[in-house]
Design a protein around this ligand. Sequence first.
Ligand code: FAD
Ligand code: 2HG
Ligand code: ZN
Length: 457
Amino acid sequence: VPPVALDAFLDGARAALGAARVITDPDVVGPHATDWTGRWQGRPPAVLRPGSVADVAAVVVLARRHRIGLVPQGGNTGLVAGATPLGGEVVVDLRRLDALGPVDVAAAQVTVGAGATLAAVQIHVGSAGLAVGVDLGARDSATIGGMVATNAGGLHVVRHWTMRAQVLGVAAVLGRGDVVDLNPTGLVKDNTGYDLAGLLCGSEGTLGIITSVRLRLVPVPAERAAVLLGFASVADAVDALPRLRSVPGAQAIELVLADGVRLVAAHIDRRLPLDPLPDALVLLEVAGDRDPLGAVQAALDQLGSSVVATAAATEPAALAALWRWREAHPDAAAARGLVHKADVTVPLGGLAAFVAEVPAAVEAVAPGATTLVYGHLGDGNLHVNVIGPAADDSRAVDVVLELVLAQGGSVSAEHGVGRAKVAWMARQRGPAAVAAMRAVKGALDPDGILNPGAVLA
Ligand code: FAD
Ligand code: 2HG
Ligand code: ZN
């Protein structure tokens, strides 16, 4: 971007938002320039902090006039460099759009600003006995706008599906600066034309900047129970899936492996949950209004001697302690060094073989690297974390993604494409699908100012 155009853009932004909302101080801009892992480093000239839909629209109109690329950013917890301005774009920080609308108890819905964190919304709707169907470990920072933009998955997909299934309506500013307010009253049925709100789910900031979301809510079950189940192998855990999935009220079926559990134990300074430690451990959580513990016990009885189990947790502190074994994996990995992330799905039939193949495949291109595999077993989504290679050495992730394609899986299960996986789009989706996506992008963002370089090259 020529400096003159950038200066004119920033002057216009100061006039529209107020000078205090246009930040160029490198100390303040710094945290917005890099991603959660620290692997991706951008160089944004400025961060803008709009506080209203009109502010966002003004920024988009200005960006279009001066041909400035914008990178929408929420909590910056994304793991594919989707919110990282690698090409020197201006960051648009949406976190001031954090209004929490009244909970519509009759409809079990709420409208919230795109910048509201998941944790804030959970507390807000929790007081009405309701919850958001998607939950994830980054809940304190991840925003609802970011979660819709990535179609986040998380811990309860086996029960409530992904973010797209929670979204009834979306308000957004599209690439021409036009504002759309799609289904603001949360009608469950509205078959008038294309599903534009659905299109914005998973669009990763490339089609529009989301300003608010009308969310479907789910009841908070009266009781929860969770248990860690130990299996001799990943294949045994996969074999148990049909039984686990059919446990009444099952809402999480999460996989961790012995190596990861040992790493977490060292990180959080706790004794191992089972001794001896089995190769594969599954965290099963059941929620319901009546006796989830009974449902857990019935599942254990059915699984018989193929499984060993920790004591079941039902109280909040014990549940949180059990969940630490799963949720602390990203932090424990990060504490070991720079982490390369591969978030993938493989068909369940090939999942155990994939887990077995990954460490040797990584070792072949990154000798001495540490490879961790964990994830959301219930929906076949695995997270491969590799520690060791330099930030710009993508060979380890590449071999993992090659294995995924060979198995008929997806190179991105729930984190999105961002900038990290753009090169894989044509092979994953095929030329016709990519061309259709380009046509959509061209229609909604004709000047290519919204998150350039993300999703589509
Ligand atoms: P950001 O990181 O700020 O942005 C992500 C993408 O959305 C970018 O492309 C950005 O441009 C776009 N975007 C952000 N806000 C808007 C907006 N208002 N309008 C348009 N585009 C926007 N993800 C899962 O799916 N499941 C998990 O279980 C999960 N667990 C995690 C655990 C940890 C510890 C961490 C660090 C991350 C985890 N993630 C998980 C990844 C991440 O939290 C999600 O991708 C989340 O949805 C990102 O939200 P965010 O507000 O931080 O978005
Ligand atoms: C999780 O499920 C997140 O913990 C993060 O999706 C995964 O950091 C990762 O690789
Ligand atoms: Zn995940």
